[in-house]
Ligand binder design. Sequence first.
Ligand SMILES: Cc1cc2nc3c(=O)[nH]c(=O)nc-3n(C[C@H](O)[C@H](O)[C@H](O)COP(=O)(O)O)c2cc1C
Length: 187
Amino acid sequence: MKVLGLVGSPRERNTKTLVTLALAECKKLGLETELVHLGKMDIAPCVDCERCRKEGRCAIDDDFQAVADKLEQADGVIIGSPVYFGCVSAQIKAFMDRTRYLRRNERLKDKVGGALATGGSRNGGQELVIRQIHNFFLIQGMLVVGDEKTMHFGGASYGDAAKDAEGQETSRNLGRHVAQVVLKLAK
Ligand SMILES: Cc1cc2nc3c(=O)[nH]c(=O)nc-3n(C[C@H](O)[C@H](O)[C@H](O)COP(=O)(O)O)c2cc1C
């Protein structure tokens, strides 16, 4: 059983801190984990060329396919994004749009998904970003999981995530819940 963590920031900072914490909880419960720093990769936006409809995969040749293949093989995924103007980062959006062929073939159906967001302000749009990632999970037919009794929707921090104890707790709780549901589904 494996959980994949995607970091949607181009920097090695707050989002990576939280995704790392969430994955550590999955590891504690015995799951294999892998962190992919998506925000540092070369992933172009979808151009709606429709070639994926015929070819069953994306026709653009960049770093996308390797990550999409990992996603297809994972049982759970934790996607983390910084808040950029109340939205997910462009890097995360480009990745989500490119997975259209996976939805068409129901290749992510019933996988477990958790979302987290980091912002510069306390209420800078973290919930909006988490819900945008949830939309992606739902449209892919995935099972959306939150952090239960802390923030409810997922992981969320503001400012320096390394100093935001509450943000760290929401992310650990998210990771643990994702792992618990993955394990439950495997029974
Ligand atoms: C283009 C841009 C837009 C941003 N917009 C917001 C915003 O709407 N709300 C917010 O709280 N922070 C905003 N921020 C701040 C980042 O979300 C924040 O610094 C975040 O923790 C960065 O994550 P990282 O350290 O993983 O890169 C913005 C930053 C950038 C670069």
